[in-house]
Ligand binder design. Sequence first.
Ligand code: G3I
Length: 394
Amino acid sequence: MRPSGIAVRALYAGVTLLTIASIAGCAHNQTAATRDGLPLAAAPTQAVPQLKSVMAAHFKVGAAIEPDSIDSPADAALLAVQFSSLTAENKMKPGTIGVAAGEYNFAPADQIVAFAQAHGLAVRGHTLVWHYRSGEWTEAPDWFFAGDAKDPHYHDIVAARLQRYVTDVVTHFRGKVYAWDVVNEVISDDPHQVYREDSPWYRALGKDYIAIAFRAARAADPDVKLYINEYSTDDAAKRAKLLSVIRDLRAQGVPIDGVGHQMHISINWPPLQNMKQAFDDVAALGLENQVTELDVSLYSDPGACWSHPPACLPDLGQPVPNDVMRAQAQRYRAVFDLFEHEPSIKAVTFWGYSDKHTWLTSIPVPRTNLPLLFDANLKPKAAFWAIADSSWQP
Ligand code: G3I
């Protein structure tokens, strides 16, 4: 199941004014610029290259999956051949694993890890701490916060629950997960806040929860890479807050290895230069970069769409015009050209692999969207060929 439209409004109501303004500036451009009516070029006749081999000199290539992907032989074969890393789209989050204090549901994630190990694929963990709530579903289960916030021991009680959770989960996957998103989306979109203050974690522990989680993760696995994961890192104001939080953590001696850039981007947004600046600013701190949730939406919506669905661009319907798919392929090629020239990027993970399953068909509104490299029949799209074969023109 995916979140409902109402849940989406609640989830994304906090998108920054800055981001809204900047996205709004590029909305509605995509159709006029790209509808030239030409058919897409035929796919190359060569055997389908392995993306992980094409990119091996640069970074790992990952896909986010659910366990049902590896239950399907065709999907499992594609994952094993094309990717060098897997991420659980949902099954390593606290909403699944954190049943109660000291009680864990590792089975679905273990299934993914076992598949990865059997096929020599790395696993990146996502995510130990997140504030997300949508209707009845939450990635910050209530048991973490049970008790009386006025109790003088409340802070320590919640901190101990967090520390135990992170310790137990990282220990369970020690030696099997090479990198963790320790915290996800902790930076506020509100221009007046640095930290996301509407998070139950912030309400219970203030900013301390971030340091507690990183320290517990490092203590449980000295070798795992520890990431802070965030969206809109291309936005200068958001990035300034993120960098200030990282500097603050490091000044306290908190272990942190890198920044995860989600990169849910679109055909027209954000500009490559903004993305490059985000990688360069992180690398200048001596940290690693990873692209953690890449997909390229067919829609360059105004920012208002995320809090006001009528503002979203209308459904393109099926079949999506060739020129839109060509523009997507060209965009994928451009962002990979950028990634390949950034040595600090250690992995690029797609938020899915086939257009038959993507969060973007329900969020921000239900509509056609084809943001990934393989079509619903697992056939490589123009977007795939654009990054796998630099001599091919879509
Ligand atoms: O499986 C449960 C079921 O047990 C439950 O009773 C039911 C009730 O809603 O739904 C199912 O849970 C769903 C969950 O995914 C697991 O499948 C939730 O409703 C649904 O809201 C949740 O959505 C995921 C969302 O994160 C929240 O965890 C999306 O599939 C997933 O693509 C999305 O991924 C996030 C990244 O983690 C962070 N960055 C943004 C990205 C896209 O939103």
